[in-house]
Write a protein that binds this ligand. Structure first.
Ligand code: ZN
Ligand code: ZN
Length: 138
């Protein structure tokens, strides 16, 4: 009985991981729930939340500390920067800007903290919001 529960959990986690890795949108837990429900109709929002927490605790997904009201998740755990749209709140990856490995030690030198990592978030206006603005102005 117990083993069965474990397998089911693993399956749920696997589906969550697969769906998260498919998208580049950095979905919120609610958005993840909508995606997962298509494959696992019986899953609850709470289960999705719990599994996302477990996966991020295991380092298999990233929980983004970006601004905005809801936590967003990322299936790409390689270090990379993010850019957030100030208008619609969407989050995109910046893959062509290398993460500076020296920044952590530089920060450590000027604080009393033991630095573990850093995250950089750029704020801008995404292409579709720029288009929308152009249409409004025109
Ligand atoms: Zn936008
Ligand atoms: Zn990302």
């Amino acid at each position: 009985m117990k083993a069965e529960t474990k397998i089911r959990m693993t399956k749920q986690r696997q589906v969550i991981l697969e769906e998260l890795c498919k998208v580049k949108t950095h979905p919120t837990a609610d958005e993840m729930y909508q995606m997962i429900r298509k494959r696992l109709p019986k899953i609850s929002l709470g289960t999705v939340y719990r599994n996302l927490d477990i996966l991020s605790g295991l380092g298999m997904v990233l929980k983004l500390d970006v601004g905005g009201t809801q936590k967003r998740f990322d299936g790409n755990v390689n270090p990379h920067h993010h850019v957030r749209c100030s208008e619609c709140g969407c989050v995109a990856d910046i893959m062509d800007l290398p993460v500076d490995p020296d920044l952590d030690s530089k920060a450590q030198k000027v604080t009393d903290f033991r630095i573990k990592r850093h995250s950089l978030e750029f704020i801008g206006m995404c292409p579709s919001c720029q288009e929308a603005e152009k249409r409004r102005v025109a």
